[in-house]
Design a protein around this ligand. Structure first.
Ligand code: AMP
Ligand code: MG
Length: 407
């Protein structure tokens, strides 16, 4: 086991030991938020046939010799109908947006360029260019075209595209099942009144919510006191999941039993402690080949460690290649605490200013027990290990928190 690793080493050790879960087929209606497990190739041209881009008249350009041109209207074609195979010279059809273009037509004259005369003929006032207002077959997608690679997130537009090309069953990576086990004699259920010496368990609900946000299938959290036997039972129950997350009890206190109990079950630890603030005493290992995360109990530490280490693992298990969120340059508006030797994940509030730059300040006191520092934040400010201080005006990198876009 490695001790006191860097942030990058910790993440690399985790990602080296998780891989995408098996593939399953889900109906398109349930595919939102999942990731494609196979490449998707279109078997059809989209649009599948040439069609009208506007309501108007499908014409042969050659019939419009001089303006205004007078054409006989021999049929009306709506979307979903088929046009006449042949029409005589000097005739045209009225056509609606999306209706198949007759093969003899080479342009669509929009309604706005026409007048209908008293005998039901149409007077064309402007000459269309060849192909004008026609959507050719295959304009958007060519049959045989590779549209999506494995790992593609299934967003609402991707759902629409899959529907367009007729993918009704979607191959996706199975969602990782995750179990949170919170430990501590002091913890009571959020529904309970506080009694002396006790606090409400926030990590159970909070980490569960983060796991749901990251696409995991979350089993109900288990809350256990600092008791060896009860912890042992919880470990067995947690092994139903693909990912085990423990909160609390991983430090050096007298009652920090999580690592000892997991040791007894044969956990192969890969590291303990990361050179970071918050969340230094985090542990990671494998039990029966499954990733086991031992997160510190302080609420900000556990939330931060979950975001920075568990979420990337969940993403990789769901087939995502690049699991880290992008980082953006920003200017620090006010000094914020920093010391060399630890990587700081300072919780911040960032905004875009009129000069096109991002400006960021911290959320105030950054103690790992202070919920406010996390609740108010829309981003994390990355302050690398070697950085000695963080004065106003410093160029930093920020990372939007996953929920930053929520109003
Ligand atoms: P530990 O990592 O177990 O030493 O806990 C560190 C601090 O976090 C202590 O003040 C605990 O009371 C607190 N803590 C641990 N677990 C939770 C939890 N599930 N919800 C809220 N606070 C917690
Ligand atoms: Mg504890």
């Amino acid at each position: 086991m490695r001790e006191f690793v860097s942030v990058d080493e910790a993440r690399a050790l985790i990602l080296d030991h998780v891989k995408p879960l098996p593939v399953e087929q889900v109906p398109l209606a349930q595919a939102l938020g999942r990731r494609l497990a196979e490449p998707v190739v279109s078997h059809d041209n989209i649009p599948p046939f040439p069609n009208a881009a506007m309501d108007g008249y499908a014409v042969r350009q050659a019939d419009i010799v001089q303006l205004p041109a007078l054409l006989r209207v021999v049929a009306t074609v709506g979307a979903g109908q088929l046009p006449p195979e042949v029409v005589p010279k000097g005739a045209c059809v009225q056509i609606m947006t999306g209706a198949p273009l007759p093969h003899w037509a080479d342009a669509v004259v929009p309604l706005e360029w026409t007048e209908v005369d008293s005998e039901g003929r149409v007077r064309i006032l402007q000459r269309p260019a060849a192909g004008e207002n026609i959507r050719p077959s295959g304009q958007d997608v060519q049959a045989g075209q590779l549209l999506f690679a494995p790992g593609q997130p299934i967003t609402p537009p991707v759902v629409a595209m899959l529907a367009t090309i007729g993918v009704a069953q979607v191959p996706v990576f199975r969602r990782p099942r995750l179990r949170v086990v919170v430990t501590g004699d002091e913890l009571v259920d959020p529904s309970q009144a506080l009694t002396p010496g006790h606090i409400r368990d926030s990590a159970g609900p909070g980490l569960t919510a983060q796991a749901q946000w990251a696409g995991a299938e979350v089993l109900p959290p288990l809350r256990v006191p600092d008791d060896r036997q009860k912890l042992e039972k919880a470990v067995v129950q947690a092994l139903e999941a693909d990912v085990l997350v423990f909160s609390g009890g991983v430090s050096v206190g007298l009652y920090d039993l999580v690592r000892q109990v997991l040791d007894a079950y044969g956990t192969a630890w890969l590291f303990w402690k990361i050179r970071q603030r918050p969340g230094k005493p985090m542990a990671f290992g494998l039990l029966e080949g499954k990733p086991v995360f031992g997160l510190p109990g302080n609420p900000v530490s556990s939330a931060l460690c979950f975001d920075q280490y568990v979420v990337p693992a969940l993403r990789r298990m769901q087939g995502q290649q690049s699991v880290l969120r992008p980082r953006f340059p920003a200017v620090l508006e006010a000094p914020t605490p920093k010391k060399a030797g630890l990587y700081f994940f300072t919780r911040g509030v960032a905004r875009a200013a009129n000069d096109g730059k991002l400006y960021v300040h911290d959320t105030g006191p950054q103690g790992s027990n202070l919920y406010h520092s996390m609740v108010r934040a829309n981003c994390l400010i990355h302050l690398p290990e070697a950085l000695e201080k963080a004065p106003a005006g410093l160029e930093v990198f920020i990372e939007w928190l996953p929920w930053a876009m929520e109003p």
